[in-house]
Ligand binder design. Structure first.
Ligand code: PEP
Ligand code: MG
Length: 594
């Protein structure tokens, strides 16, 4: 019988075909006697040999992935390599073998269970990814120890192309997927930013994740329609479904062609208002793809890649090179670089991570930097040096009050003096902005605006802190709503405060990448929107299709609304006259529009 499932859209595209349910498990370790004392050294050696083999195998997979998909995709294997060198995981297993006379398999299983227990109380996507990486490492080491073969996706021979239905996919399994066999992926677990979703996008395989217990309800051979733009899967579709989706597929392909042509057109509204469209990037190399997709510079360069997973503070020179690389790729357009946003589970190995009840309300972002002068000064010096030749601007994450800005300015001024004394090229003045990510910053925006050169609103955090809803908790996903009237009012007042103070205000949270969100922000008179490279073309389309005046009227309506649904309704009803919303990938508005 026909049924529907809605999950999270993870990789766009529509596919129609048979399901292939894949079940893979971490191998069971046989229960049995331990080892005699005189075999301990041999067992420890056997364990280290299996780890070395696993590392070697992951490096091979990483290399294949680099050649096939690129450098960024290959980095997905880094956490697994780090795990295999982790003294706590690997050394801890050795201790269990030595002290408890366990077999290597049992000892490793114990240690992994302890690691899992440490993390599994949170549903944060980054933690889910870690657990998935750990399962990948665990499976590989255990299979080696037990003499079992690697799970093979290549076993899909003799069938048509299939839609893979699976509980979860490890990076190793995803990297082996082949477009020739797998036309789509439907997954019980996962998020848009999980490793497997990133790889699916790189492979251009349509995917829907977070479908709940889907693999338990579908059987191999069931016919499916999977829409990776809206996150919908239809089981046993009717003829009418098949016809409607084939037509939709055709329209979407046409739309994608149209989007390609937009890359180098100006980012202006129909009534002539310029809204700079910039890119959010995580790695320096992404600046090239952003520029190729027509970005007007970089609105958010997350610099955590320089420190996370590292054992030592990165040198000033290495950072300087990375910042210049991004600026050069952006060809004279502004590049906004965010200082380290460490915290949560993003901690470098060289900083002592405090045990915290509530890491997202804890030692995070600007708080860490101000407490760690050695780390902060090296970053600020590198940033100041890069400003000598480029339009590089600095922004601070999670600012709560003016004291944090003044403290940063004092350090920057002293770095500037120091660099001058050393004879290094530095700019006459620098541009320093604050991210508006907490209700405290938003409510005091008018005061903050007198102390900074620009605002960049981080809606991902602003929404979570305003609504007291963890942005990574999938159980609360329905409550995490950027169109909540309180969020809308805060955003409006921040934009107004910046406009009145005459400073630039941009938005770099995910809301800017949502068509309805972008429309609302344009109506609030923001100067720039910054989105991931994949969303640039669609948001350019929104900007060019609407008028600022109409958007402002929609905002006036939205500000009168008492519920998030009413806010969305007020915005969508005006936006619909300018644009066909059903064609956009993964928008909050889409479940309604479809
Ligand atoms: C935000 O909070 O909206 C933001 C852009 O920062 P991040 O997603 O890195 O926390
Ligand atoms: Mg943030």
């Amino acid at each position: 019988m026909r049924s529907l499932r809605d999950g999270t859209p993870a990789s766009p595209g529509i596919v129609i075909g048979p399901a292939r349910v894949l079940r893979w498990e971490v191998p069971q370790v046989p229960r049995g006697a331990g080892i005699p004392a005189d075999k301990v050294a041999e067992e420890v050696q056997r364990f280290y040999d299996a780890c070395a083999w696993a590392q070697q195998r992951i490096r091979e997979l990483q290399e294949e992935t680099r050649e096939r998909l690129g450098v960024v995709e290959a980095q997905i294997f880094e956490p697994q390599l780090l795990m295999l060198e982790d003294a706590d995981l690997i050394g801890g297993t050795e201790v269990y073998i030595r002290e408890n006379f366990l077999t290597a398999e049992r000892a490793f299983e114990w240690r992994v269970l302890e690691w899992e227990a440490r993390w599994s109380h949170t549903a944060h996507p980054m933690v889910m990814d870690k657990l998935n990486d750990l399962a990948d490492v665990q499976g590989r080491v255990l299979r080696r120890l037990l003499g079992l073969p690697e799970p093979e996706l290549a076993s899909f021979t003799g069938e048509d192309r299939v839609i893979l239905v699976v509980r979860d996919l490890t990076p190793s399994l995803t990297a082996q997927l082949h477009e020739a066999r797998v036309m789509g992926i439907a997954m019980d677990a996962g998020t848009r930013t999980s490793h497997s979703a990133i790889l699916a996008r790189s492979l251009s395989i349509p995917a829907v994740v977070s479908l709940g217990d889907f693999s338990g309800t579908v059987r191999s051979g069931d016919s499916l329609i999977l829409d990776g733009r809206t996150g919908r899967v239809i089981i046993h579709p009717t003829d009418a479904d098949l016809e409607a989706y084939s037509e939709r597929d055709f329209k979407i392909r046409e739309w994608e062609q149209e989007l390609l042509l937009l890359a180098h057109l100006d980012s202006v509204t129909r009534d002539g208002a310029r809204v700079s469209l910039r890119a959010n990037i995580d790695l320096p190399g992404e600046a090239f793809s952003a520029a190729a997709h027509g970005a007007d510079g970089v609105g958010l360069f997350r610099t955590e890649f320089l420190v996370v997973g590292r054992n030592a503070v990165p040198g000033e020179e290495e950072q300087f090179q990375a910042y210049c690389q991004v600026a050069e790729a952006s060809r004279g357009a502004p590049v906004i670089i965010r200082t380290y946003d460490l915290g949560g589970d993003k901690f470098p190995a060289f900083l002592h991570k405090p045990p915290e009840e509530n890491p997202f309300l804890g030692w995070r972002a600007i708080r860490v930097c101000l407490d760690e002068p050695e780390l902060f000064r090296a970053q600020l010096r590198a940033l100041l040096r890069s400003m000598a030749a480029h339009d590089v601007r600095v922004m601070l994450p999670l600012v709560n009050d003016i004291g944090e800005i003044n403290a940063t300015r004092a350090i920057m001024d002293s770095c500037l003096e120091e660099l001058r004394r050393e004879g290094k090229a530095v700019p006459d003045r620098y541009s320093l902005g604050a991210m508006i990510e907490t209700p405290a910053a938003a409510i005091s925006a008018a005061h903050l605006a007198r102390h900074v050169d620009f605002f960049s609103v981080g809606t991902n955090d602003l929404v979570q802190y305003t609504l007291a809803v963890d942005r990574g908790n999938s159980r609360l996903a329905h409550l995490y709503d950027p169109f909540h009237p309180s969020v809308v009012r805060l955003l409006h007042s921040v934009a107004q405060a910046a406009n009145e103070a005459g400073i630039e205000v941009g938005v770099c949270g995910e809301l800017a990448a949502d068509p309805v969100g972008a429309f609302m922000l344009i109506g609030m008179n923001v100067d720039s929107l910054s989105v991931g490279p994949a969303a640039l073309a669609e948001i350019k389309k929104v900007i060019r299709s609407v008028s600022r005046e109409e958007a402002a009227r929609a905002v006036e309506d939205a500000l009168q609304c008492a519920t998030a649904d009413d806010v969305r309704g007020a915005l969508v009803s005006r936006l619909r006259s300018s644009i066909d919303l059903s064609l956009f990938a993964g928008a909050w508005s889409l479940s309604e529009a479809d």
